[in-house]
Design a binder for this molecule. Structure first.
Ligand code: AFP
Length: 297
């Protein structure tokens, strides 16, 4: 079954379906752009990170497309300094986008992704108020994973750019994979204790530098991903709006959990679009453990 038929079979709101299909279609465009350039753009985003030419290109593709179709009112992306408001929009949706997550891996041909969260209105809202979250993973296959709060579903792109259902109502299994970001020498005590427990328990290391790819593996094989707060950088690295919330929504919907180490990330109300947060995402067992350790301090 293709994505369009799946959305209509599940009685998805027609406006939301149109928006999800817009991102699916543009995922194909982004995938086809990887041959264009693997160079640096010579500019930096608001986090001070060097932008790749493809980061900026993918950002333009999505923003210009959304402006043209007027499907949303608010757009915030990891590459833009502020919220873009569309004139005369057809809908009131707000969208948050990481156009190319893990883009520094493109030149070495590793998997990267696009992450999207959809709100009924403003994007400066708690993640739990998202009405849909999705990601497109560009690996050996191009896949699309999404939730509208009614299960998590996986699709694969065919040679014509159409997405077909491969797994419905995915539930995260128990598993022993851990994907820990940051340097061990900078770990804070509760985090160090947590990682030690996982290692003693036989968890296998899997960290690629692409949040989407690492989370997709954890969604299907179990375990947990973390980019923790560290010495001198207590807020960690990942972006609440563009990375943590959409992925947190998906993993929670699949029976897992997401936390900043103390509380559910989806309950944080951001006051700025570049809000940074430590993140722990994965199985309830692992997230429960880190919450316990951190809240003991
Ligand atoms: P880029 O999109 O700038 O490549 O950042 C990727 C990312 O936000 C996330 O996808 C990774 O998990 C994390 O950064 C990797 O960070 P380190 O390079 O510090 O390991």
């Amino acid at each position: 079954m293709n994505l369009k038929d799946f959305l209509s079979r599940n009685n998805t709101d027609p406006k939301l379906s149109e928006l999800i299909l817009f991102f699916a279609e543009n995922g194909q465009t982004i995938k086809s752009g990887f041959l264009k350039s693997q160079n640096k753009a010579g500019t930096h985003n608001i986090y001070g990170e060097e932008q790749m030419a493809l980061d900026k290109w993918a950002d333009d593709v999505l923003i210009n497309g959304l402006k043209k179709t007027r499907l949303v009112r608010y757009i915030a992306t990891e590459e833009q300094p502020g919220i873009i408001e569309i004139d005369n929009p057809k809908n009131q949706f707000g969208v948050v986008i990481d156009p190319l997550d893990g883009s520094s891996l493109i030149d070495v041909n590793l998997a990267v992704g696009t992450i999207i969260g959809i709100y009924p209105g403003t994007v400066l809202d708690m993640g739990k108020n998202m009405i849909a979250a999705m990601y497109i993973l560009y690996g050996p296959l191009t896949t699309l994973t999404f939730t509208t709060g009614n299960g998590v579903h996986d699709f694969v792109m065919d040679e014509k750019g159409d997405f077909h259902l491969t797994a419905e109502n995915i539930k995260m299994p128990d598993g022993k994979i851990y994907a820990p970001g940051a340097l061990r020498k900078d770990y804070l005590p509760a985090h160090a204790r947590f990682i030690e427990i996982l290692e003693k328990d036989g968890y296998k290391l899997r960290f690629s530098g692409s949040f989407v790819a690492d989370m997709h593996q954890i969604l299907h094989k179990g375990g947990m991903f973390t980019y923790p707060g560290i010495k001198g950088k207590e807020k960690g690295k990942l972006r609440l709006l563009f990375e943590a919330n959409p992925m947190g929504k998906i993993i929670t919907e699949a029976g897992g959990a997401v936390s900043n180490g103390k509380i559910d990330i989806l309950s944080i109300k951001p006051d700025v679009i570049d809000y940074i947060t430590p993140i722990y995402a994965g199985g309830k067992k692992e997230i429960g453990l880190i919450n316990r350790y951190m809240n003991e301090i």
